[in-house]
Design a protein around this ligand. Sequence first.
Ligand SMILES: Nc1nc2c(ncn2[C@@H]2O[C@H](COP(=O)(O)OP(=O)(O)OP(=O)(O)O)[C@@H](O)[C@H]2O)c(=O)[nH]1
Length: 395
Amino acid sequence: MVFNWFKRNKSPSQEEMTEATDATVQPEPAEEKPDTALPANVEAEPEAVSEEEATPPPEPLLEEPEAQLTESSEMALPAAETAASSVQKGLFTRLREGLNRSREQFTEGVGRLVLGKKVIDDELLEDLEALLLQADLGAAATREIMTSVTEKVRRKELTDPAILKKALRDALLDILRPRAELWVPEKGRTQVLMMVGINGAGKTTTTGKLAARWKADGFSMVLAAGDTFRAAAVEQLQGWGQRVQVPVVAQGTGADSASVVFDAFAAARARSADLLIADTAGRLHTQDHLMEELKKVKRVLAKQDPEAPHQIWLVLDAGTGQNALNQAQQFHEAIGLTGICITKLDGTAKGGVVAAIAKALPIPIRYIGVGEQVADLRPFDPESFVDALFAEPKS
Ligand SMILES: Nc1nc2c(ncn2[C@@H]2O[C@H](COP(=O)(O)OP(=O)(O)OP(=O)(O)O)[C@@H](O)[C@H]2O)c(=O)[nH]1
């Protein structure tokens, strides 16, 4: 399986390659410079990737490094206001609305299947299986759900088509529950969360939304603009930094991503920040280049702290359906994931992919995105997800 999604994407235009703001930061003191040992989980040294490239540039130390971090003195009004209004609207309503298209496809589809049926027969079960596959639950999750439902029918525990929805809901929850595992930063040590994913999946936006959430919870953070391939990504992250008042470490477009992230980690440690969130590129010249770059970012982080990066989260666009599952498998194989964020559930009927991913990979689903606002990035809670998916349509 090759990265079909990768091939579909064009290279960025020259216009996109605008100059990014320089934000050189103070490197670690010399005695804390990295040693050359690589962590056990790092794969063999890739060709044409030099560890030296990733060390901080030998520039003189800046007198006031913080002054060169992007940090706004203005409050984060637009995001804060929209977040507040989102909360007023009711988080569950937003989730429910966000999942409208998936609900129409899936739950209302089940409703149509059972309409007028008196018993659950083979034909109904076959139609149900087709519906689950169409809703992007994938073969494995569909099989598990069908096995559970068929077994109940066989044992005569389930005879009424009208309660089929409840059986489906329970089977879905069985798949999703093991993947719900909240992660929050810790105070007292600087951890690193690396955000990975293909371009356009929502990495930068999710990074900004997470920063907003954790900033509101009292954590101190630094953001690293590690997507140096696309100038707009750097600017976008700097915009989030200004809005939520979190410093952003960035260098010019085309800079070495590992170097940016390394510097940012040094800056975050120097400030005793609780967390560094590192945005990374979603596209390079080939998928191999991308994976090698991500491995390199991991390696250089581990030189400052052998436990870093503490988390690596993959951001997936739910609208890509089964392709998202392929991406998750390939990223996990290449760099080892500790979390998944599934975005843009509001724009797709393919919400079933959440179950496909939960079934296929033993990786916690940390957050789901159901809209553009800060409050639309929600910790993954299987019960409310399933409740929203199965909510009765409003009359
Ligand atoms: N509707 C909706 N849009 C979202 C969601 N999450 C992200 N987006 C939008 O998706 C678009 C792409 O998001 P980015 O954060 O730029 O994606 P990226 O992965 O960083 O992309 P690159 O920087 O090209 O690697 C933006 O317009 C976001 O506002 C979501 O949950 N729902």
